[in-house]
Design a binder for this molecule. Structure first.
Ligand code: SF4
Ligand code: SF4
Length: 122
């Protein structure tokens, strides 16, 4: 009985207290310049060298075929659920067409959507 009263008292007291959570997504946290989020690929400048696939320490990148205006090319597909956001792929990319953005907003209830084809990384 004492525990119930104690919990009830705490609940009533909490009603008058300031909330500690922030609204989402209306209120976003400011991110540091060095923040590493979702990868971005510029399909037009990718030279299909596969350097990103070879360097990825977590085998997150798979080269897949895509059809472009210039014909069929291979480009990186990224399983973002395995990504370490280490930026090694971006560092070795010769034309610097693979970069990390500040986008962290890719939560999902369907893990299949975390495999991003090249077209989805644009
Ligand atoms: S950031 Fe790191 S883990 Fe993620 S795809 Fe690039 S090399 Fe792989
Ligand atoms: S994203 Fe960069 S490193 Fe990867 S295949 Fe394209 S050009 Fe090469």
């Amino acid at each position: 009985m004492e525990n119930v009263l104690s919990s009830l008292f705490k609940s009533i007291k909490a009603l008058g207290e300031k909330r500690f959570t922030v609204e989402y997504p209306e209120e976003r946290e400011s991110l540091p310049d060095s923040y590493r989020g979702m990868l971005r690929l510029d399909i037009d400048t990718c030279i299909s060298c596969s350097a990103c696939e070879r360097i990825c320490p977590n085998k997150t990148i798979t080269m897949v075929e895509i059809i472009t205006e210039k014909g069929t090319k291979i480009m990186p597909q990224i399983g973002i659920e395995r990504c370490l956001f280490c930026a090694m792929c971006s560092e070795v990319c010769p034309p610097k067409c693979l970069t990390l953005t500040k986008n962290y907003d890719f939560e999902t209830t369907d893990k299949r959507t975390l495999i991003k084809r090249p077209e989805e990384l644009e």
